[in-house]
Design a protein around this ligand. Sequence first.
Ligand code: SF4
Ligand code: SF4
Length: 110
Amino acid sequence: MIERVRNKMILLWGTPRRLFWNVCRPGYVRASLAMRSGECRRCGACCRLFVRCIHFFEDNGLPACRLYKHRPPNCSNFPIDPRDIADRDLIAPDSPCGYSWPQTGPGANK
Ligand code: SF4
Ligand code: SF4
């Protein structure tokens, strides 16, 4: 129970954290994304971090977004750094995100 509440608090905090990076530290975001490798596997985990997003739907069994072309930076830049990977792993530990960073990349120690 305590673990569940703790994870919910971590996921709740993730939204303003990403907003801060995107709005106030775009240089950090650019540098971190430049170090990121891989591609989105369309697992949909980042669309249901704290709650399931109202714009989320399933298209022939695949996660999809009603706002895809106009989705906000918190979505289009996800994951910004390894901390975001850790967040999404809280809800989908068995289906890893398609993105990753080298151990020493930006944000690795955040
Ligand atoms: S968690 Fe990663 S792989 Fe899954 S939908 Fe989000 S960006 Fe794509
Ligand atoms: S706006 Fe789209 S990409 Fe962003 S969380 Fe919602 S469904 Fe996912």
